[in-house]
Write a protein that binds this ligand. Structure first.
Ligand SMILES: C[S@@+](CC[C@H](N)C(=O)[O-])C[C@H]1O[C@@H](n2cnc3c(N)ncnc32)[C@H](O)[C@@H]1O
Length: 446
């Protein structure tokens, strides 16, 4: 189901968006649920755009939403597949091959958490190429593609590695050197050193991805006619704010995967890429708050949702959603159980209580809007993971299926995939081992 299935698979492999779908999964679901070329798919949590891009490759219309600007750059570069001029790309490759990066007077627009992610030489070369692609006389599509490719190598050329919720830092970074110096002064044990090994130069990494991209474009050109046949639109912003404004009964189906309720903060994992696009600290905080509540820092969005629905003269929709949640026993049970465990001292961060509650509320709003904007007979296919906090399993798939039923959907099926991960060793010792499943829930608008 996951991005791992995309490795080496033409455009889907151009940026390693680890939270992405595999191309195969989307294709299988489109086939299985009979989505056809005149249909319009909705992808409320677009990510790297897999649903939209597969739809595009099959001549199916698609509209997606996504808050992160990096995802929009990725989608733009991939969805332009039909517009690239191979001669132009090969000329650029030759130019990079023969050129030596010069010293430039430009700095990487660091965020606090990305400081010292590159060696001085790497940072200079990165900014050299970044500047080069703005001054070369090339098409706008190629410029976007090259920017995306430079963004795609940031992790590889840096002292960081994405590791679950965090960035791991190589021992050569100033951040780690300073941290260990402070620990030594405090007579504490130094932190364990992480060695990323030899890092490629920017030139090597850039040339490598550009070569792969040229090969991919070359091989896809032979079946390119279908790519321009459909309507594709990927809108930047929160689905919670944008979907309520879409006309009713527009979509013939939904294939999506929201962020999981697992404290994973996309703005941290992709900090390097966001910084590269010039996103500053204030914007990062805004993006973090706009995410579907999946971190302990997220605040309630209820007030802003109420204002939004009022401004659309749809306050009754807001109240309906509230009623569905407030009369749901499982919703009450989950919140009470977490509250009890917090009082017993079993939950290590009170923010988890609010995060889970807000996650359940916000996704209910999205389901309500999916129902309204779907046509009769449309299937909604949603991939999600169960989560567990202090021994309390949150039955995400069955909970939302019950909510979807109350909203008006008919449940069709839940495909499940047992997970090996999901229990930290600390949690396992304390609360026992329980397999947390990954599920694909399927509902239909009758
Ligand atoms: C699990 S990923 C989806 C991956 C996608 N299926 C793919 O193939 O790349 C969830 C996505 O939802 C986005 N997201 C989180 N909150 C959002 C919101 N309020 N509105 C729109 N997108 C949101 C995240 O930035 C993330 O890219």
């Amino acid at each position: 189901m996951s991005y791992q299935g995309n490795k080496g698979k033409n455009i889907h492999g151009w940026f390693r968006y680890k939270e992405g779908f595999s191309e195969e999964l989307v294709k299988n679901l489109i086939n299985k649920f009979g989505i056809q070329s005149n249909d319009t798919l909705l992808e409320p949590f677009g990510g790297s755009g897999t649903t939209l891009l597969v739809a595009q490759s099959l001549g199916i219309n698609a509209i997606g939403f996504e808050i992160l600007p990096i995802c929009h750059l990725i989608w733009q570069a991939k969805s332009n597949i039909n517009k690239y001029n191979l001669e132009e790309l090969n000329n650029i490759l030759k130019l990079i091959e023969t050129q030596t990066p010069q010293k430039v007077d430009l700095n990487f627009p660091h965020l606090k958490i990305t400081q010292s992610a590159f060696s001085q030489e790497t940072e200079n070369d990165l900014m050299f190429y970044t500047h080069q692609i703005t001054i070369l006389d090339i098409s706008q599509e190629t410029r976007i593609l090259l920017k995306m490719l430079l963004m795609s190598i940031l992790e590889e050329i840096s002292y960081t590695r994405k590791d679950g919720q965090y960035l791991r830092w190589d021992y050569r970074s100033d951040k780690i050197k300073q941290r260990n110096q402070t620990r030594l002064q405090q007579e504490k044990k130094p932190i364990k050193l992480f060695d990323k090994g030899d890092l490629p130069t920017v030139k090597e990494a850039f040339m490598k991805v550009l070569k792969i991209t040229i090969d991919d474009i070359n091989s896809l050109k032979t079946r390119s006619f279908i790519y321009d046949k459909s309507y594709q639109d990927f809108r930047q912003g929160s689905v919670l704010e944008l979907l309520p404004k879409i006309e009713a009964e527009k979509f013939s189906g939904v294939i999506t995967s929201p962020p999981y309720c697992n404290r994973y903060d996309y703005t941290r994992t992709y900090a390097l890429e966001l910084a590269y696009l010039g996103i500053d600290e204030i914007e990062i905080r805004q993006l973090r708050q706009s995410q579907l509540s999946c971190t302990v820092e997220n605040r309630s969005k209820l007030e802003s949702l109420e204002n939004l629905y009022s401004s659309l003269e749809q306050h009754n929709r807001f109240l309906f959603c509230q009623k569905i949640l407030n009369t749901n026993q499982v919703f009450e049970e989950i919140n009470n159980a977490l509250e009890t465990r917090w009082k017993r001292g079993e939950v290590n961060n009170k923010g988890i209580l609010l995060m889970v509650k807000n996650y359940l509320i916000e996704l209910t709003f999205v389901i309500l809007e999916m129902y309204r904007t779907c046509q009769q007979g449309a299937y909604v296919i949603l991939v999600n993971d169960l989560v567990k906090y202090s021994g309390e399993i949150i039955p995400i798939d069955t909970f939302f299926t019950e909510i979807a039923e109350k909203i008006g959907f008919s449940p069709v099926t839940i495909y499940i995939l047992p997970q090996r991960k999901g229990n930290s060793s600390q949690q396992m010792g304390k609360f026992g081992r329980t397999a947390l499943r990954k599920s694909i829930t399927v509902w239909q608008k009758p």
